[in-house]
Each structure stands twice: as structure tokens, then as C-alpha cells.
Design a protein around this ligand. Structure first.
Ligand code: KIV
Length: 272
């Protein structure tokens, strides 16, 4: 581990303080030790070992094939070199859908690997697991809007919450997850106005947006997308921070600065 990283470790208490004082939280996905060290030193608040690794690391077209063992492996790699950032790991598809016991078992494996919080996708049906995990001291991040593990049911990677009814459903699910104890909620690919209403409805919960506009407590991007490594057409909310940056560390620092100063996302260019 490098000895010039003097950051104080982020805690859930500190993240709640950032949320309350409205200092935006900068999150990026991360899958290995080298990037973990760079991101941690560059001041990223939270690292997400996302099951997006199925796409950007493994080359699959969805996140569905990712296994719990693979998530444990990547979480341990990141945990070894991220002493300051708050570390969140995704529960992959098929490792919590059977209910509370499966969710507890799978989450324990991620926490033993070094995660400080687990993330799961889905609405009110996940609330019993969110409650059981929270009660047992495992902080939970929920995930609403575009939930990539449901890509086939959703008919593709599409914007969610566009109709009044679907926006209402997102808000109801957010309330149930907050009541169950979710400490954080990722809001993916939805109109800015819907994310705003969700944040208002669950003011106590830290929200992290991706393609959801500027009103959330923080922002997350997939590392490979913001470094301009992903081939093909990218969603329009993604910004390539490598443009003119000169180095990966400079690009990451510029992302952190843009999130903190509310220069990213740009509500005019990226709102839905
Ligand atoms: O897996 C992932 O990278 C994610 C983010 C897109 C939020 O869930």
C-alpha cells in the first residue's frame, strides 16, 4: 500500500454527514487493487464493486452471469488497496432472490471479503432482506429505476419512471426500502424530477444517482465509461473525464471535483 494516502477512512456516519450538509458524494465502480489505490488516493468517497464487472471485465452483454465467488474475489482485491473509501459490493443476480436467508449468507461472504455495505437491486420485495441485513449490522444500499439484473423483464436498458404511474411506484418502493432500513439508495436512469421527488420522500436516506440528474446526494459512474474505455454508444449522461486529463489519476480527480462542485452532471445536457 502506498504511504502517501493520508485520507481519513469514510464511515457511514461521515457519509450521512455529507448528505445532511449537502456536500455531494463521489462514487465510482472499481474492480481491482491497482485502480482501487488510484481512486482512493484521488479522493473518491465510495467505491462500488459493481456486478457491471460482468460486462466491463468479463465481456458479457449483461450482469446476469456474475457469480458470488467472483464478487467475493473482486471485493477482496479492491479492499486490499482502498484504506479510505467506503466500500460497497453488489449482490449478484441469483444470490438474494430466494429470500432473507440467502441474502444473509451471500452478504456475509461479501462482508468477510472486505465490503462495508452490500447493494441489492429491486423494490419492495427486497424489503424483508434489507430489514434483516440492517438488523444484523450489515449496511444496505438499495437500487431502483433501471435495475440491470432485470434487463430482460424491462425490455432493455431503458429510462424508468417516465409515466406518472411508474414514477409513483418508484417512490412507493423507495419509501418501503427506507422504512426497512436501507441507508443508501442508487437511482439509475430516470427523469430528474422523479429522482428529486424520491429524495424528498426519503429525506433521511443517502441517494446516489446515475443518469438521474443533479438532485441526489451523490453520483456514480462505471469506471470504464468515465475513462473513455467503453466501446460503442454510451448513455448520454456519461462524461469522458480522460478528455484532456493526461493521466487516469487526473481524470479521476477531475470527476471528484466536478461532482463536489455540482459541475457533474450537467442538468441541461444530461437531464431526462
Ligand atoms: O454494477 C454497477 O456498476 C452498478 C452501478 C451502475 C450503479 O450497479
Amino acid at each position: 500500500m502506498s504511504n502517501h494516502n493520508t485520507r481519513k477512512p469514510l464511515t457511514l456516519t461521515k457519509l450521512r454527514e455529507l448528505h445532511t450538509t449537502r456536500e455531494p458524494i463521489a462514487m465510482l465502480t472499481c474492480y481491482d487493487a491497482t485502480f482501487a489505490e488510484v481512486l482512493d488516493e484521488a479522493g473518491v468517497d465510495c467505491l462500488l464493486v459493481g456486478d457491471s464487472l460482468g460486462m466491463v471485465v468479463q465481456g458479457h452483454s449483461t450482469t446476469l452471469p456474475v457469480t458470488l465467488d467472483q464478487m467475493v474475489y473482486h471485493t477482496a482485491c479492491v479492499a486490499r488497496r482502498a484504506p479510505a473509501a467506503w466500500l460497497i459490493a453488489d449482490l449478484p443476480f441469483g444470490t438474494y432472490g430466494e429470500g432473507v436467508e440467502q441474502a444473509l449468507r451471500s452478504s456475509a461472504a461479501l462482508m468477510k471479503a472486505g465490503a462495508q455495505m452490500v447493494k441489492l437491486e429491486g423494490g419492495a420485495w427486497t424489503a424483508p432482506s434489507v430489514r434483516a441485513l440492517t438488523e444484523r449490522g450489515i449496511p444496505v444500499c438499495a437500487h431502483l429505476g433501471l435495475t440491470p439484473q432485470s434487463v430482460h423483464a424491462l425490455g432493455g436498458y431503458r429510462i424508468q419512471g417516465r409515466t406518472e404511474q411508474s414514477a409513483h411506484i418508484i417512490k412507493e418502493h423507495a419509501r418501503e426500502l427506507a422504512d426497512a432500513g436501507a441507508a443508501m439508495l442508487v437511482l439509475e436512469l430516470m427523469p430528474t424530477s422523479v429522482a428529486e421527488e424520491v429524495q424528498e420522500a426519503i429525506a433521511e436516506v443517502i441517494t446516489i444517482g446515475i443518469g438521474a440528474g443533479p438532485s441526489t446526494s451523490g453520483q456514480v459512474l462505471v469506471l470504464h465509461d468515465m475513462l473513455g474505455l467503453t466501446r460503442g454508444k454510451l448513455p448520454r449522461f456519461v462524461r469522458n473525464f480522460m478528455d484532456g486529463a493526461g493521466s487516469i489519476e487526473a481524470a479521476v480527480r477531475s470527476y471528484v471535483a466536478a461532482v463536489k462542485s455540482r459541475g457533474f452532471p450537467d442538468p441541461n445536457q444530461h437531464g431526462y
